[in-house]
Ligand binder design. Structure first.
Ligand code: DGP
Length: 116
């Protein structure tokens, strides 16, 4: 169920190009176009879910699958042991730009805390 005009729906369906690194029936992961770390991958559900606030009980398994994807990606990029950060930005104050749920997987440099 693609949402009209949603770039991440279009990436998931292949209408828009992206450097995909992982794909299952329900989840797609691709390189972020504006990387904030040497490894910066976005994991998205194929289903259009706008924000963390829109996650429903029936999405439990799907959200788990997004984290299993992050785990596989970390292994694939050789950062599982050195470390990586997983982030969902929700709404304006968190800096969400694209309103299709996405899990950032960031790695390859030392992260700071607290985040900016
Ligand atoms: P956020 O600020 O959490 O909504 O993150 C959105 C991310 O999406 C941001 O890091 C840049 C990335 N992005 C936006 N448009 C595109 C695109 O067309 N292709 C790819 N690969 N990444 C995109």
């Amino acid at each position: 169920m693609n949402k009209d005009g949603c770039i991440f729906c279009q990436i998931a369906s292949g209408e828009l190009p992206a450097e995909k690194v992982y794909e299952t029936a329900r989840v797609v992961a691709f390189k972020d176009i504006r990387p904030q770390a040497p490894v910066h991958i976005l994991v998205i559900p194929r289903e259009h879910i706008e924000t963390v606030n829109h996650i429903q009980p029936e999405h439990r398994e799907l959200i788990g699958e997004m984290f299993l994807a992050a785990q596989e990606i970390a292994k694939k990029f050789g950062v599982a042991d050195s470390g990586y950060r997983t982030v969902f930005n929700c709404n304006r104050d968190a800096g969400q730009d694209v309103y299709h749920l996405h899990l950032h997987v960031l790695a390859g440099r030392k992260m700071t805390w607290p985040p900016g």
